[in-house]
Design a protein around this ligand. Structure first.
Ligand SMILES: Nc1ncnc2c1ncn2[C@@H]1O[C@H](COP(=O)(O)OP(=O)(O)OP(=O)(O)O)[C@@H](O)[C@H]1O
Ligand SMILES: [Mg+2]
Length: 286
């Protein structure tokens, strides 16, 4: 399996002074799949994606991207990978289109204007393309940021906390964008602190904790790690996010399983008899 992985990490270690952040990380991302790297603040997610993008050398271990070793072939790795950083890297003074043209020029692509226009269309930013980025909403800015990292069509796309700080509607927009990337064949590695984001998007979920990947599997495999569930009937209250999305009339296309559909007229079902697989102790095992 790992021989065909688009991203292949074995035994990667990284310390900053006395702080051992990565202590032997193993991770595979199969071509064309979406993997979510889940971890708390400071777990080392950004450190790992910086190593994969050749921005930071590892102390030990190996990492390859599309078969190229990050330490020995950094140029080939950079051609194969795009990193959308944790903090948006767009130029506020330029328009959306100018930002894209700038990156296409920096990458020495033959027709920067055409590259920019194609990406504006793909990310539903055609109308906003002529406006300064300073006037964009957070979701638009994030989409532009992702679009900029896709100039040149890298096969491996790394997104560091793509939806942190976004409102629920913008999060859904970015989720749709990420699903679209995978549908077009890109390999996606994203980091997140949001468990629902991993549930919604990822084919596999890897949990980074105290310097190693402590679990890696599909959602079903991870759920199976908890004690056998008992079936209970509970009254499920809508979450505030569900209420918010119902009231503002979001186009949510993929509500989480078991979510009561929001009613756009503002009325809202407050209870549903939902069969919940719950461990016999308190709480939902998700
Ligand atoms: N250049 C650096 N110098 C010193 N310490 C660093 C450096 N980069 C990261 N660290 C430390 O390494 C640890 C991991 O940081 P990292 O940014 O990888 O975490 P993260 O999982 O991305 O967290 P967050 O969810 O907050 O973004 C933190 O304790 C951080 O302070
Ligand atoms: Mg980070």
């Amino acid at each position: 399996m790992s021989a065909t992985a688009a991203v292949h990490v074995r035994g990667v270690e990284k310390s900053f002074g006395d702080l051992a952040v990565l202590r032997g990380v193993d991770l595979d991302v199969q071509a064309g799949s979406i993997v979510a790297l889940l971890g708390s603040n400071g777990a080392g997610k950004t450190t790992l994606v910086r190593i994969l993008s050749t921005l930071l050398p590892a102390d030990a271990g190996t990492a390859t991207v599309q078969g190229h070793d990050v330490a020995r072939e950094p140029g080939r790795v950079r051609e194969s990978i795009s990193l959308t950083g944790q903090f948006a890297a767009v130029d506020e003074v330029l328009t959306g289109r100018e930002n894209l043209v700038l990156v296409a020029r920096l990458r020495h692509l033959p027709d920067p204007g055409a590259v920019a226009d194609a990406l504006l269309a793909r990310f539903s930013l055609v109308e906003a393309g002529a406006r300064r980025v300073a006037t964009y909403s957070g979701g638009m800015r994030r989409r532009l940021d992702i679009a900029m990292s896709l100039v040149g069509n890298p096969p491996v796309v790394v997104l560091d906390e793509p939806t942190t700080g976004l409102d629920p509607q913008s999060r859904l927009e970015v989720w749709r964008t990420i699903r679209g990337l995978a549908a077009e064949g890109a390999t996606v590695l994203l980091t997140t602190q949001y468990l629902d984001e991993a549930e919604q998007l990822a084919d596999r979920i890897a949990i980074l904790h105290e310097g190693t990947i402590i679990q890696d599997g599909t959602l079903t495999e991870l759920r199976a790690l908890l004690p056998p569930a008992t079936v209970e009937y509970v009254e499920k209250q809508p979450t505030l996010e569900e209420v918010f999305l119902a009231l503002v009339g979001s186009q949510a296309t993929s509500a989480p399983a078991g979510t009561p559909p929001g009613t756009p007229d503002g009325t809202n079902r407050t209870t549903t008899g939902t069969a919940t697989r719950g461990a016999s102790t308190d709480g939902d095992p998700r």
